[in-house]
Design a protein around this ligand. Sequence first.
Ligand SMILES: Nc1nc2c(ncn2[C@@H]2O[C@H](COP(=O)(O)OP(=O)(O)OP(=O)(O)O)[C@@H](O)[C@H]2O)c(=O)[nH]1
Ligand SMILES: [Mg+2]
Ligand SMILES: [Zn+2]
Length: 356
Amino acid sequence: MASQHIDLARLGWNDWFEERGKCGPAATIARVAAVDRDLYLLMDQTGAFRAKLAGSYLYQDHPSQGLPCVGDWVCVEKHPTGDFGLVTMLLERRTALRRKSAGDSGEVQMIAANVDTVIIVQSCHYDFNLKRLERYLVMVREGGADASVLLTKTDLVEPEVLSAQLAEIRAAGVTAPLLTLSNVTREGIDDLKRTLLPSKTYCFVGSSGVGKSTIINQLIGRQRLRTKGVSGTGEGRHTTVRRELMLLEGGALVIDNPGMREFGILGAESGIGGSFSDIIGIASDCRYRNCSHTGEPGCAVLEAVHSGALSQEHYDNYLKLREESAFYQMSTVEKRKKDRDFGKYIKSAKKDLENR
Ligand SMILES: Nc1nc2c(ncn2[C@@H]2O[C@H](COP(=O)(O)OP(=O)(O)OP(=O)(O)O)[C@@H](O)[C@H]2O)c(=O)[nH]1
Ligand SMILES: [Mg+2]
Ligand SMILES: [Zn+2]
Protein backbone atom coordinates (compact mmCIF):
# COMPACT_ATOMS: atom_id res chain seq x y z
CA MET A 1 0.00 0.00 0.00
CA ALA A 2 1.26 3.44 -0.83
CA SER A 3 1.52 5.69 2.20
CA GLN A 4 -1.28 7.87 0.90
CA HIS A 5 -3.61 4.93 1.12
CA ILE A 6 -2.78 4.21 4.71
CA ASP A 7 -4.03 7.67 5.58
CA LEU A 8 -7.07 7.21 3.43
CA ALA A 9 -7.97 4.24 5.62
CA ARG A 10 -9.20 6.75 8.17
CA LEU A 11 -11.78 7.77 5.60
CA GLY A 12 -12.82 4.19 4.88
CA TRP A 13 -10.37 3.13 2.18
CA ASN A 14 -9.48 -0.55 2.52
CA ASP A 15 -8.13 -3.57 0.65
CA TRP A 16 -11.31 -4.00 -1.33
CA PHE A 17 -10.85 -0.54 -2.88
CA GLU A 18 -7.10 -0.90 -3.04
CA GLU A 19 -7.48 -3.93 -5.31
CA ARG A 20 -9.82 -2.15 -7.70
CA GLY A 21 -9.20 1.59 -7.47
CA LYS A 22 -6.49 2.83 -9.79
CA CYS A 23 -6.01 6.44 -10.81
CA GLY A 24 -3.80 7.91 -13.51
CA PRO A 25 -0.38 9.31 -12.62
CA ALA A 26 -1.58 12.90 -12.21
CA ALA A 27 -4.52 12.00 -10.01
CA THR A 28 -4.96 11.11 -6.37
CA ILE A 29 -7.79 9.44 -4.51
CA ALA A 30 -10.39 11.30 -2.51
CA ARG A 31 -13.81 10.63 -1.00
CA VAL A 32 -16.95 12.59 -1.75
CA ALA A 33 -18.26 14.27 1.41
CA ALA A 34 -21.03 16.34 -0.17
CA VAL A 35 -22.48 17.20 -3.55
CA ASP A 36 -24.31 20.25 -4.79
CA ARG A 37 -25.12 19.64 -8.43
CA ASP A 38 -21.77 20.16 -10.19
CA LEU A 39 -19.86 21.17 -7.09
CA TYR A 40 -18.25 18.55 -4.87
CA LEU A 41 -16.73 18.63 -1.43
CA LEU A 42 -13.98 16.01 -1.29
CA MET A 43 -11.90 14.70 1.58
CA ASP A 44 -8.49 13.14 1.48
CA GLN A 45 -5.50 12.83 3.80
CA THR A 46 -4.86 16.58 3.47
CA GLY A 47 -8.33 17.66 4.54
CA ALA A 48 -11.37 18.87 2.63
CA PHE A 49 -11.43 20.76 -0.64
CA ARG A 50 -13.80 21.64 -3.45
CA ALA A 51 -13.88 20.00 -6.82
CA LYS A 52 -15.75 19.92 -10.08
CA LEU A 53 -16.04 17.23 -12.69
CA ALA A 54 -13.25 17.27 -15.28
CA GLY A 55 -14.41 17.62 -18.87
CA SER A 56 -12.84 14.25 -19.53
CA TYR A 57 -15.08 12.70 -16.87
CA LEU A 58 -18.13 13.44 -18.91
CA TYR A 59 -16.73 11.61 -21.88
CA GLN A 60 -15.78 8.51 -20.03
CA ASP A 61 -18.12 5.62 -19.94
CA HIS A 62 -20.00 5.48 -16.66
CA PRO A 63 -23.25 3.88 -17.68
CA SER A 64 -23.68 1.75 -14.60
CA GLN A 65 -22.52 4.25 -12.01
CA GLY A 66 -23.27 7.72 -13.32
CA LEU A 67 -22.11 10.73 -11.36
CA PRO A 68 -20.25 10.62 -8.06
CA CYS A 69 -22.39 10.82 -4.95
CA VAL A 70 -21.76 11.07 -1.22
CA GLY A 71 -19.48 8.28 -0.06
CA ASP A 72 -17.92 7.67 -3.46
CA TRP A 73 -14.20 7.31 -4.02
CA VAL A 74 -12.95 9.32 -6.98
CA CYS A 75 -9.74 10.13 -8.80
CA VAL A 76 -9.00 13.82 -8.64
CA GLU A 77 -6.40 16.04 -10.23
CA LYS A 78 -5.64 18.63 -7.60
CA HIS A 79 -4.64 22.19 -8.30
CA PRO A 80 -1.12 22.86 -6.96
CA THR A 81 -2.56 24.99 -4.16
CA GLY A 82 -4.41 21.91 -2.99
CA ASP A 83 -7.73 23.62 -2.40
CA PHE A 84 -9.44 22.75 -5.66
CA GLY A 85 -9.58 19.68 -7.87
CA LEU A 86 -11.03 18.13 -10.97
CA VAL A 87 -12.71 14.76 -10.65
CA THR A 88 -11.48 12.57 -13.49
CA MET A 89 -12.91 9.21 -12.56
CA LEU A 90 -15.35 7.40 -10.32
CA LEU A 91 -13.96 4.32 -8.63
CA GLU A 92 -15.93 1.12 -8.30
CA ARG A 93 -18.55 1.07 -5.55
CA ARG A 94 -18.51 -1.66 -2.95
CA THR A 95 -22.07 -0.89 -1.91
CA ALA A 96 -24.66 1.43 -3.40
CA LEU A 97 -27.73 2.68 -1.63
CA ARG A 98 -30.26 3.50 -4.30
CA ARG A 99 -33.89 4.09 -4.75
CA LYS A 100 -35.98 3.61 -7.82
CA SER A 101 -37.29 6.63 -9.63
CA ALA A 102 -40.92 7.04 -10.47
CA GLY A 103 -42.52 5.04 -13.27
CA ASP A 104 -41.27 1.88 -14.86
CA SER A 105 -38.21 3.48 -16.41
CA GLY A 106 -36.03 1.43 -14.10
CA GLU A 107 -34.00 4.55 -13.47
CA VAL A 108 -32.35 4.63 -10.10
CA GLN A 109 -31.14 7.48 -7.96
CA MET A 110 -28.14 7.16 -5.71
CA ILE A 111 -28.53 7.96 -2.04
CA ALA A 112 -25.01 7.09 -0.89
CA ALA A 113 -22.11 4.89 -1.90
CA ASN A 114 -19.73 2.65 -0.03
CA VAL A 115 -21.84 2.57 3.11
CA ASP A 116 -21.03 -0.33 5.41
CA THR A 117 -24.16 -0.14 7.54
CA VAL A 118 -27.39 1.68 6.89
CA ILE A 119 -29.11 2.70 10.09
CA ILE A 120 -32.83 2.74 9.42
CA VAL A 121 -34.35 5.21 11.83
CA GLN A 122 -37.98 5.25 12.87
CA SER A 123 -39.54 7.08 15.76
CA CYS A 124 -41.49 4.82 18.06
CA HIS A 125 -43.72 7.77 18.80
CA TYR A 126 -45.59 8.40 15.57
CA ASP A 127 -43.49 7.02 12.76
CA PHE A 128 -43.22 3.31 13.45
CA ASN A 129 -44.33 1.32 10.42
CA LEU A 130 -43.28 -2.25 9.82
CA LYS A 131 -44.11 -2.25 6.12
CA ARG A 132 -41.99 0.81 5.50
CA LEU A 133 -39.20 -0.70 7.58
CA GLU A 134 -39.31 -3.78 5.39
CA ARG A 135 -39.08 -1.67 2.24
CA TYR A 136 -36.01 0.06 3.64
CA LEU A 137 -34.51 -3.32 4.48
CA VAL A 138 -35.00 -4.48 0.92
CA MET A 139 -33.40 -1.30 -0.40
CA VAL A 140 -30.39 -1.79 1.86
CA ARG A 141 -30.00 -5.44 0.97
CA GLU A 142 -30.19 -4.68 -2.76
CA GLY A 143 -27.39 -2.17 -2.29
CA GLY A 144 -25.11 -4.68 -0.60
CA ALA A 145 -24.84 -2.94 2.77
CA ASP A 146 -25.72 -4.19 6.24
CA ALA A 147 -28.75 -2.80 8.00
CA SER A 148 -29.56 -1.98 11.55
CA VAL A 149 -32.79 -0.61 12.93
CA LEU A 150 -32.97 2.29 15.36
CA LEU A 151 -36.15 3.36 17.13
CA THR A 152 -35.97 6.90 18.51
CA LYS A 153 -37.99 9.08 20.90
CA THR A 154 -38.42 6.30 23.43
CA ASP A 155 -39.10 9.05 25.98
CA LEU A 156 -42.42 9.71 24.32
CA VAL A 157 -44.00 6.26 24.60
CA GLU A 158 -44.80 3.86 27.39
CA PRO A 159 -42.32 0.98 27.72
CA GLU A 160 -45.08 -1.47 26.70
CA VAL A 161 -45.58 0.34 23.41
CA LEU A 162 -41.89 0.12 22.65
CA SER A 163 -41.61 -3.55 23.53
CA ALA A 164 -44.66 -4.32 21.41
CA GLN A 165 -42.97 -2.63 18.44
CA LEU A 166 -39.75 -4.55 19.01
CA ALA A 167 -41.72 -7.77 19.22
CA GLU A 168 -43.52 -6.91 16.00
CA ILE A 169 -40.23 -6.35 14.21
CA ARG A 170 -38.81 -9.64 15.44
CA ALA A 171 -42.03 -11.50 14.67
CA ALA A 172 -41.74 -10.30 11.08
CA GLY A 173 -38.44 -12.14 10.84
CA VAL A 174 -36.21 -9.07 10.82
CA THR A 175 -32.80 -10.22 12.00
CA ALA A 176 -30.97 -6.88 11.74
CA PRO A 177 -29.59 -5.45 14.99
CA LEU A 178 -32.24 -3.47 16.86
CA LEU A 179 -31.41 -0.39 18.88
CA THR A 180 -33.56 2.11 20.72
CA LEU A 181 -32.70 5.54 22.04
CA SER A 182 -33.94 8.83 23.32
CA ASN A 183 -32.14 12.01 22.44
CA VAL A 184 -33.91 13.62 25.39
CA THR A 185 -32.95 11.22 28.18
CA ARG A 186 -29.88 10.07 26.22
CA GLU A 187 -30.81 6.51 27.03
CA GLY A 188 -29.36 4.23 24.36
CA ILE A 189 -26.92 6.78 22.91
CA ASP A 190 -23.90 5.02 24.36
CA ASP A 191 -25.13 1.68 23.01
CA LEU A 192 -25.36 3.22 19.56
CA LYS A 193 -21.90 4.77 19.94
CA ARG A 194 -20.43 1.40 20.76
CA THR A 195 -21.72 -0.08 17.50
CA LEU A 196 -19.98 2.57 15.37
CA LEU A 197 -16.54 1.31 14.40
CA PRO A 198 -13.59 3.39 13.18
CA SER A 199 -13.19 3.67 9.39
CA LYS A 200 -16.64 2.21 8.81
CA THR A 201 -19.32 4.25 7.09
CA TYR A 202 -22.82 4.51 8.51
CA CYS A 203 -25.72 6.11 6.72
CA PHE A 204 -28.78 7.31 8.63
CA VAL A 205 -32.04 7.06 6.70
CA GLY A 206 -35.66 7.48 7.67
CA SER A 207 -38.59 9.87 7.55
CA SER A 208 -38.21 13.54 8.27
CA GLY A 209 -38.38 14.42 11.94
CA VAL A 210 -37.40 11.08 13.43
CA GLY A 211 -34.22 12.59 14.87
CA LYS A 212 -31.42 11.60 12.49
CA SER A 213 -29.54 14.89 12.70
CA THR A 214 -30.13 15.15 16.45
CA ILE A 215 -28.50 11.76 16.88
CA ILE A 216 -25.48 12.74 14.81
CA ASN A 217 -25.12 15.95 16.81
CA GLN A 218 -25.15 13.80 19.96
CA LEU A 219 -22.43 11.63 18.48
CA ILE A 220 -20.35 14.66 17.52
CA GLY A 221 -20.99 16.29 20.86
CA ARG A 222 -22.24 19.63 19.57
CA GLN A 223 -24.83 21.24 17.32
CA ARG A 224 -23.01 20.60 14.08
CA LEU A 225 -26.15 19.86 12.09
CA ARG A 226 -29.32 21.86 11.97
CA THR A 227 -32.25 20.10 13.57
CA LYS A 228 -35.86 20.92 14.09
CA GLY A 229 -35.02 22.49 17.45
CA VAL A 230 -35.49 21.00 20.87
CA SER A 231 -38.66 19.69 22.47
CA GLY A 232 -40.79 19.45 19.35
CA THR A 233 -41.91 16.04 18.22
CA GLY A 234 -40.93 17.26 14.78
CA GLU A 235 -43.24 15.40 12.44
CA GLY A 236 -42.19 15.83 8.84
CA ARG A 237 -40.41 19.16 8.46
CA HIS A 238 -37.48 18.36 6.16
CA THR A 239 -34.92 20.21 8.19
CA THR A 240 -31.91 18.54 6.59
CA VAL A 241 -31.44 19.47 2.96
CA ARG A 242 -28.09 17.93 2.19
CA ARG A 243 -26.46 14.54 2.36
CA GLU A 244 -23.12 14.82 4.03
CA LEU A 245 -20.38 12.57 5.23
CA MET A 246 -18.75 13.40 8.56
CA LEU A 247 -15.86 11.94 10.47
CA LEU A 248 -16.63 11.28 14.14
CA GLU A 249 -14.03 11.62 16.85
CA GLY A 250 -14.11 7.88 17.48
CA GLY A 251 -13.16 7.34 13.83
CA ALA A 252 -16.49 6.24 12.37
CA LEU A 253 -17.88 8.01 9.31
CA VAL A 254 -21.53 8.98 9.29
CA ILE A 255 -23.81 10.25 6.57
CA ASP A 256 -26.82 12.37 7.42
CA ASN A 257 -29.71 12.34 4.99
CA PRO A 258 -32.73 14.49 4.38
CA GLY A 259 -35.91 12.71 5.43
CA MET A 260 -36.93 10.35 2.69
CA ARG A 261 -40.18 11.84 1.50
CA GLU A 262 -39.43 10.09 -1.77
CA PHE A 263 -40.56 6.87 -0.22
CA GLY A 264 -43.91 8.49 0.28
CA ILE A 265 -44.20 10.10 -3.10
CA LEU A 266 -43.15 7.12 -5.14
CA GLY A 267 -44.72 4.44 -3.03
CA ALA A 268 -48.18 3.01 -3.19
CA GLU A 269 -49.15 4.99 -0.11
CA SER A 270 -48.94 8.26 -2.03
CA GLY A 271 -51.81 9.77 -3.94
CA ILE A 272 -49.48 11.00 -6.64
CA GLY A 273 -47.77 7.68 -7.17
CA GLY A 274 -51.14 5.95 -7.33
CA SER A 275 -53.64 7.92 -9.39
CA PHE A 276 -51.04 9.67 -11.52
CA SER A 277 -48.84 6.72 -12.21
CA ASP A 278 -49.64 7.05 -15.92
CA ILE A 279 -48.16 10.56 -15.98
CA ILE A 280 -45.15 9.47 -13.98
CA GLY A 281 -44.67 6.63 -16.44
CA ILE A 282 -44.80 8.99 -19.44
CA ALA A 283 -42.46 11.42 -17.64
CA SER A 284 -39.69 8.89 -17.82
CA ASP A 285 -39.44 9.81 -21.52
CA CYS A 286 -38.93 13.51 -20.84
CA ARG A 287 -35.61 14.81 -22.10
CA TYR A 288 -34.64 16.26 -18.75
CA ARG A 289 -34.64 14.11 -15.69
CA ASN A 290 -35.87 16.99 -13.52
CA CYS A 291 -38.49 18.10 -16.05
CA SER A 292 -41.39 19.96 -14.43
CA HIS A 293 -43.70 19.10 -17.36
CA THR A 294 -44.73 22.73 -17.73
CA GLY A 295 -42.85 23.80 -20.86
CA GLU A 296 -39.42 22.25 -21.10
CA PRO A 297 -38.32 21.14 -24.56
CA GLY A 298 -38.66 17.42 -25.08
CA CYS A 299 -41.32 17.06 -22.39
CA ALA A 300 -43.12 13.79 -23.04
CA VAL A 301 -45.99 14.66 -20.74
CA LEU A 302 -46.89 17.86 -22.61
CA GLU A 303 -46.54 15.98 -25.86
CA ALA A 304 -49.03 13.41 -24.62
CA VAL A 305 -51.45 16.18 -23.63
CA HIS A 306 -51.16 17.80 -27.05
CA SER A 307 -51.60 14.55 -28.92
CA GLY A 308 -54.62 13.71 -26.79
CA ALA A 309 -53.03 10.59 -25.32
CA LEU A 310 -53.36 12.23 -21.93
CA SER A 311 -56.47 14.18 -20.98
CA GLN A 312 -56.00 17.87 -20.25
CA GLU A 313 -58.15 17.56 -17.15
CA HIS A 314 -56.10 14.72 -15.74
CA TYR A 315 -52.93 16.70 -16.41
CA ASP A 316 -54.37 19.81 -14.70
CA ASN A 317 -55.31 17.75 -11.67
CA TYR A 318 -51.82 16.40 -11.54
CA LEU A 319 -50.29 19.88 -11.56
CA LYS A 320 -52.70 21.04 -8.89
CA LEU A 321 -51.98 18.16 -6.58
CA ARG A 322 -48.31 18.47 -7.14
CA GLU A 323 -48.36 22.15 -6.31
CA GLU A 324 -50.15 21.44 -3.09
CA SER A 325 -47.92 18.60 -2.08
CA ALA A 326 -45.25 19.26 0.45
CA PHE A 327 -42.86 17.37 -1.75
CA TYR A 328 -42.98 19.78 -4.61
CA GLN A 329 -42.78 22.89 -2.47
CA MET A 330 -40.01 21.38 -0.46
CA SER A 331 -37.94 20.52 -3.43
CA THR A 332 -37.92 24.13 -4.69
CA VAL A 333 -37.20 25.51 -1.24
CA GLU A 334 -34.51 22.92 -0.94
CA LYS A 335 -32.87 24.03 -4.16
CA ARG A 336 -32.91 27.69 -3.19
CA LYS A 337 -31.56 26.93 0.25
CA LYS A 338 -28.86 24.76 -1.20
CA ASP A 339 -27.66 27.60 -3.38
CA ARG A 340 -27.39 29.88 -0.41
CA ASP A 341 -25.94 27.43 2.05
CA PHE A 342 -23.43 25.38 0.15
CA GLY A 343 -20.68 27.98 0.22
CA LYS A 344 -21.16 28.53 3.93
CA TYR A 345 -21.27 24.84 4.52
CA ILE A 346 -18.06 24.07 2.67
CA LYS A 347 -16.24 26.60 4.83
CA SER A 348 -17.43 25.05 8.06
CA ALA A 349 -16.85 21.48 6.88
CA LYS A 350 -13.31 22.34 5.91
CA LYS A 351 -12.60 23.91 9.25
CA ASP A 352 -14.17 20.98 10.98
CA LEU A 353 -11.97 18.45 9.28
CA GLU A 354 -8.84 20.51 9.61
CA ASN A 355 -9.36 20.89 13.33
CA ARG A 356 -9.12 17.14 13.78
N1 LIG B 1 -38.87 13.73 22.42
C1 LIG B 1 -37.86 13.52 21.59
N2 LIG B 1 -37.66 14.38 20.57
C2 LIG B 1 -36.63 14.13 19.73
C3 LIG B 1 -35.79 13.01 19.87
N3 LIG B 1 -34.89 13.03 18.88
C4 LIG B 1 -35.15 14.12 18.13
N4 LIG B 1 -36.20 14.79 18.67
C5 LIG B 1 -36.80 16.02 18.13
O1 LIG B 1 -37.37 15.72 16.88
C6 LIG B 1 -37.27 16.84 16.00
C7 LIG B 1 -36.67 16.43 14.67
O2 LIG B 1 -35.32 16.07 14.85
P1 LIG B 1 -34.27 16.12 13.65
O3 LIG B 1 -33.01 15.57 14.19
O4 LIG B 1 -34.26 17.45 13.02
O5 LIG B 1 -34.93 15.06 12.65
P2 LIG B 1 -34.34 14.53 11.26
O6 LIG B 1 -34.63 13.08 11.22
O7 LIG B 1 -32.95 14.96 11.09
O8 LIG B 1 -35.30 15.28 10.22
P3 LIG B 1 -34.99 15.73 8.70
O9 LIG B 1 -33.69 16.45 8.71
O10 LIG B 1 -36.14 16.60 8.36
O11 LIG B 1 -34.97 14.47 7.89
C8 LIG B 1 -36.46 17.88 16.77
O12 LIG B 1 -37.36 18.79 17.32
C9 LIG B 1 -35.78 17.08 17.83
O13 LIG B 1 -35.48 17.84 18.97
C10 LIG B 1 -36.04 12.11 20.95
O14 LIG B 1 -35.38 11.09 21.16
N5 LIG B 1 -37.09 12.41 21.76
MG1 LIG C 1 -32.04 16.05 9.66
ZN1 LIG D 1 -41.74 16.64 -18.83
